[in-house]
Design a protein around this ligand. Sequence first.
Ligand SMILES: NC(=O)c1ccc[n+]([C@@H]2O[C@H](COP(=O)([O-])OP(=O)(O)OC[C@H]3O[C@@H](n4cnc5c(N)ncnc54)[C@H](OP(=O)(O)O)[C@@H]3O)[C@@H](O)[C@H]2O)c1
Length: 267
Amino acid sequence: MTIPISGARVLLTGASGGIGDAIARELHGRGATVVVSGRRAELLDALREELGPRIECAPADLAKAKEVDGLVAAAGAVDVLVANAGLPASGPYDGFTVDEIDRALMVNLRAPIQLTRALAPAMVGRGKGQLVYISSISGKIATSGASLYSATKFGLRGYAFGVGRDLTGSGVGASCVFPGFISDAGMFADTGLETPPGIGTSKPEEVVAAVVKAIERGPSEIDVAPAFVRASAKLSGIAPNLVAGISTRLGGEKFAGEFGKRQQDKQ
Ligand SMILES: NC(=O)c1ccc[n+]([C@@H]2O[C@H](COP(=O)([O-])OP(=O)(O)OC[C@H]3O[C@@H](n4cnc5c(N)ncnc54)[C@H](OP(=O)(O)O)[C@@H]3O)[C@@H](O)[C@H]2O)c1
C-alpha cells in the first residue's frame, strides 16, 4: 500500500534531531500534517513556529513506556509512523551501565515496537497506512565497538520485516531505511569525525528521499550509503566475518572508540 503524502497525518519521532528535522521539513512541505516528537520541546516548538499550523508538537521521552503511551494518545489517528528517534549506543560491550543498556533498547527498539502495536490496528481498520523505521547500516553490518547499537538496529530490521509480513494484504505496509554515515546533520556529523578511508558519507536529503520513497512506494528495505558500503552490507549477510575483518583493517575499531567517546552525552 502506498500513501499520498499530501494530506497524510504523520507521527515522526526524533524530529528534534538532525535527520528528523530534515524529514519533518520535507513531509510538511509536501502537504502532510506532522506530529513531531522528541524530548527537547523547545526545538519542536521552534519548528512549529517556523513552519506553521500543520506541525503539531508532542514531546515525549521514549525511554519511558508511559510517555510512549502518552505520545500515542497525542498523535491520534495517524496514516504514517516514521520511527526515527535513536541514540548512538556506541562503544565496547562493557562500556555501558545497565541503565544505558536499557535506555538504548527502549528508545531504539522497544518504542518503535510499542508505537506500532498501538497505531497499526487503526491503520488496518482504515485499510491504509505506512510504517517507516529508521535503522542503520549497523543493522546489517556488526562491527567491534558497536554491539549494542547493532543489537537495536538489527532488531529493528527483523521487526520491520516481520511486521510487513504480518500486515500483508491489510493495506498497511512496513519499510526499513538503513543509513550509513550521514554528513552535515545528525549524530555522526555532531562528532566532527571523518569516516575511515573509503567509507564515505551520504547527505540527510538522501535519507529524506528514502523516507518519501518508503511512504509513497512502500519497499521493504532501502539502503542509504555509498556503493562500497551498500555492497558490504549485502556481503555481510553471507560473510559477516569477512566484512568485520575489512572494517577492522580500515581502522573501524579505533574509529568506533572515538565515536563512542564523542557521543557520551547522548547514551
Ligand atoms: N546520523 C547518522 O549518521 C545516522 C546513521 C545511521 C542511522 N542513523 C539513525 O537515524 C536516526 C536519527 O538520528 P540523527 O542522526 O538525526 O541523530 P540525532 O541528531 O542525535 O537525533 C536523535 C533524535 O532522537 C531523539 N531521542 C534520543 N533519545 C530520545 C529519548 N529518550 N526520547 C525521545 N527521543 C529521543 C532526539 O530527541 P531529543 O534529544 O530531543 O529527545 C533526536 O530528535 C537514528 O535512529 C539513528 O540511529 C543516523
